[in-house]
Ligand binder design. Structure first.
Ligand code: PEP
Ligand code: MG
Length: 885
């Protein structure tokens, strides 16, 4: 029979860090730590493969698994010198989930397993600590009831809170032994009422049920949502870690905590964390008592603190990454319960990566591979305008749990957050504390605000992972869910009122605050420089106006890959001239209208050329169908008629004439230019004249004129002839020349197929993967959103093909187009300007198929730079691996 259980601790473990896929992160790292000789309570890990079999087997444990568990339990008993279920010398265990990718708080955990009344009595005698024994027992019933048997958590919490209220206890630790005994009695009663059975006293039964529950929790709703949101796919399931218990709730010399080897918010190389004395792990995370900063432990227990510092130093060196660790102190002895690569903000990820290169812990390449390009988004987003923030009405201060700034309307639950956000409202999800059930609401909200919980609370950890602004633990806020109100001293805010939160300082304000763009840190610039050193792909931007071009330049754009000229048609009064052109009945009056547009377009192009300096600028000729420029409703049509001084009937007739059943496949792109060559002429003249004008300021302008929607070589030769003719006329008139290029977009599948023919005419190709996806898949890019979400949910498409390039289908056309194009024209320049140009996996594809550059929106330029660097590193590593074989 296959092996499913792996022992760790008490000498050499059967697992190691590299076995993460099979043992889950927690199990693999527990084995690794114990192999390093660290104080890890012994235990064993049931593999993720067993979880996969459990699901294949209609949620039944694989055959023989429990025999293997029994054998490992025996081994554990012998290492721990205690016996499971033996009241005289009992072994208690924890049962914890842990998959290959960490999913904090999403799956189930049971602590103190093995307790029953008899064992509690014996535990009292053995430890002499009656309070501890009863506290452990009440926690066990609560966790087992909630996690394993689905007894509503509120039932238990109600009993506990009621007791605390009656005996006037502020914290759980204020409860007396008798209070705890009474709570246990009430817990047992509610357990029986809800499950119609007695609380199981047989530890083996407890264990079997708990293992089943942990496997079952792999597919609970919140775990599924978490995996979906974080794009976690392809895992076998969760492992189950059964580990000897150590107790942080044995009195004031015991405690438990969570710590990071560096600051996970800022990346500062400073030991960071929180702990609570006389507590178990869940107390720290749940924020029931406010934890203490780890530095205070150095004063309270120097020996343990020094030992902990040495553990974190060793672990960080060993894993060569920032570690997130859990520890327990049992009567003055330190135990390590977990280590893993710490989740971190983008700013912190950058700082840590750059610092670790400086510390010679990792190479530049490793640093580049450590940053998730998508995470850079976090750094590029707005913060509060400092002046506006200064003048804002500050009402409270909490913990700066996840950086950034957010303004929005107050909502009090996850459901409302989702609903309001769907309506287009920006909301701040305001909770006493969050729990994994709130995950979708947190995702929908602009920011998260809690009144309880520390820097490692659920809200803080999850928000940081999402890159979402969060202020946690604002104790001054009195949140009333029922009345949907927040009271802070004399201020009362209700649902729908505006609130603003600064996740970098922890400050809370009433009202809205103006935001400003992000400023890029030195670490960001350093990492980007390293990315530029290794990437082969060029990175350009899609920009239509100088302001966007300037933003993109700040982010490192090396040129413009797409300027959609028609976007300029809506600016100011120009729409009037555009409409005149559309209404024109003959070429002469159309040319007259275009004459009005010429100086305006020329000026726009001059602005772009000036902004981009010597960098290449690709300008696409008009693309959308003309009906987009005329109004569709009666009132606006009337207004247009008045402005243009024509009868409204004429406007209506034109609108009807332009109407198309399927405009996306209609009279647009080069098809328009072929019908109205005078438009091509005007745009070409504007481009070349603008370039000549800017050249006068010693800027080497290099325009690239791009023809859209070509599917047949006759189309490109027609347009090209008009363009060339116009250019020569301008050169002649201006008595000067400059270099230029004429190329085309490849966005009609036919163009990719006959790319060899098209390349005879085109000096460059730019793949318009928006249209290419639409036409290859047969999905209307305007309407497919309605069903594509479902396609992805149902697994028909792994990703929305308009967001992430469909490499299997559309990708083949791209590859074919490049190959055929270059077969005709060896030095054909190739790029991409569809939305995929800024999406990391698509950028990697563009690198692989040999494109020269990608072009994306300004804010995605840094993402593309990093993704391009990662693609080059991956390729290098693959080659190295290939050579080794
Ligand atoms: C495309 O089709 O990919 C493209 C860039 O052009 P547009 O989105 O303007 O159609
Ligand atoms: Mg297009």
């Amino acid at each position: 029979m296959a092996k499913h259980v792996y022992f760790f601790g008490g000498g050499k473990s059967e697992g190691k860090a590299a076995m993460k896929g099979l043992l889950g992160g927690k199990g693999a790292n527990l084995a690794e730590m114990s192999n390093l000789g660290m104080p890890v309570p012994a235990g064993f890990t049931i593999s993720t493969k067993a979880c996969e079999l459990y699901y294949q087997n209609k949620k039944k444990l694989p055959k023989g698994l429990m025999e293997e568990v029994r054998a490992n339990l025996k081994k554990l008993e012998s290492v721990m010198k205690a016996k499971f279920g033996d009241p005289g010398n009992t072994l208690l265990v924890s049962v914890r989930s842990g998959s290959a990718v960490s999913m904090p708080g999403m799956m189930d955990t049971v602590l103190n397993l093995g307790l029953n009344e008899e064992v509690v009595d014996a535990l009292i005698v053995r430890t002499g600590n009656e309070r501890f024994a009863w506290d452990a027992y009440r926690r066990f019933i609560q966790m087992f009831g909630d996690v394993v048997m689905n007894v509503p958590r509120n039932d238990f919490e109600h009993i506990l809170e009621e007791k605390k209220r009656r005996v006037k206890a502020r914290f759980d630790t204020d409860l007396s032994i008798n209070d705890l005994k009474d709570i246990v009695k009430q817990y047992n009663a509610i357990y029986k009422k809800r499950t119609r059975e007695n609380f199981p006293s047989d530890p083996w039964q407890q264990l079997v049920k708990s293992i089943n529950a942990v496997f079952g929790s792999w597919n609970n709703e919140r775990a599924i949502t978490y995996r979906k949101l974080n794009d976690i796919k392809g895992l076998l399931g969760t492992a189950v870690n059964v580990q000897a218990m150590v107790f942080g709730n044995m009195g004031e010399k015991s405690g438990t905590g969570v710590c990071f080897s560096r600051n996970p918010s800022t990346g500062e190389n400073k030991f960071y964390g929180e702990y609570l004395m006389n507590a178990q792990g869940e107390d720290v995370v749940a924020g029931i008592r406010t934890p203490l900063s780890i530095t205070t432990l150095s004063r309270k227990n120097k020996k343990v603190y020094t030992e902990l510092v040495s553990m974190k130093d060793r672990l960080e060196k060993h894993y060569r990454d920032m570690q997130d660790m859990e520890f327990t102190i049992q009567e003055g002895r330190l135990y390590m319960l977990q280590t893993r690569a710490g989740k971190r903000t983008a700013a912190s990820a950058l700082k840590i990566a750059v610092d670790m290169v400086k510390e010679k812990l990792i190479s530049k390449e490793e640093a580049l591979m450590r940053i998730d390009p998508g995470q850079l988004d976090q750094l590029l987003h707005p913060t509060f305008d400092p002046r506006a923030e200064k003048g804002a009405a500050r009402i409270a201060k909490g913990l700066p749990a996840s950086p950034g700034a957010a303004t929005g309307k107050i909502v009090f639950n996850a459901h409302d957050a989702e609903e309001w956000a769907d309506r287009g409202e920006k909301v701040i999800l305001t909770r006493i504390e969050t729990s994994p059930e709130d995950i979708s609401g947190m995702n929908a909200a602009a920011g998260i605000l809690t009144s309880r919980g520390g820097m490692t609370s659920h809200a803080a950890v999850v928000a940081r992972g999402m890159g979402k602004c969060c202020v946690a633990g604002v104790g001054e806020l009195n949140i009333d869910y029922k009345a949907k109100k927040i009271a802070v001293r004399d201020v009362t805010l209700k649902e729908g009122d505006y609130i603003s939160i600064n996740g970098s300082t922890g400050t809370v304000y009433t009202g809205q605050i103006k935001t400003v763009e992000a400023k890029l840190s030195g670490d960001f610039l350093t990492l980007m420089k390293w990315a530029d050193e290794v990437r082969r792909l060029g990175v350009r931007t899609n920009a239509d106006i100088p302001r966007d071009a300037q933003t993109a330049l700040r982010f490192g754009a090396e040129g413009i890959g797409l300027c959609r000229t028609e976007h300029m048609f809506f600016e100011g009064d120009r729409i009037i001239s555009v409409r005149k052109m559309i209404l024109a009945e003959d070429t002469k009056s159309r040319e007259a209208a275009l004459k009005e547009l010429l100086p305006l377009q020329r000026k726009d192009f001059e602005g772009l050329f000036k902004a981009m300096g010597h960098r290449p600028v690709t300008i696409r000729l008009i693309d959308p169908p003309l009906h987009e420029f005329v109004p569709q409703d009666d009132a606006s049509q009337k207004e247009m008629a008045e402005v243009l001084k024509v009868p409204v009937e004429k406007v209506k007739a034109k609108v009807a004439e332009l109407h198309e059943i399927n405009p996306m496949l209609g009279h647009r792109g080069c098809r328009l230019g072929i019908t109205y060559p005078e438009i091509i002429r005007m745009q070409t003249q504007a481009i070349i004249e603008a370039a000549i004008n800017v050249k006068k300021s010693r800027i080497k302008v290099h325009p690239e004129i791009m023809i859209p929607l070509v599917g047949e070589s006759g189309e490109i030769s027609f347009c090209k002839e008009v363009i060339e003719e116009t250019i020569q006329e301008v050169f002649k008139k201006k008595k000067t020349k400059l270099p230029y290029m004429i190329g085309t977009m490849i966005e009609v599948p036919r163009a990719a197929v006959i790319a060899d023919e098209i390349a005879k005419q085109a000096q460059f190709f730019s793949f318009g993967t928006n249209d290419l996806t639409q036409m290859t898949c047969g999905f209307s890019r305007d309407d497919a959103g309605r069903f594509l979400k479902e396609y992805v949910e149902k697994g028909i498409f792994e990703k929305d093909p308009f967001q992430v390039l469909d490499q299997e289908g559309v990708g083949q056309l791209v590859e074919m187009g490049i190959k055929r194009g270059r077969a005709t024209r060896k030095n054909l320049k190739v790029g991409i300007c569809g939305e995929h140009g800024g999406e990391p996996s698509s950028v990697e594809f563009c690198h692989r198929v040999g494109m020269d550059y990608v072009s994306c929106s300004p804010f995605r330029v840094p993402i593309a730079r990093l993704a391009a660097a990662q693609a080059a590193i991956k390729e290098k590593r693959m080659k190295r691996k290939g050579r080794k074989k």
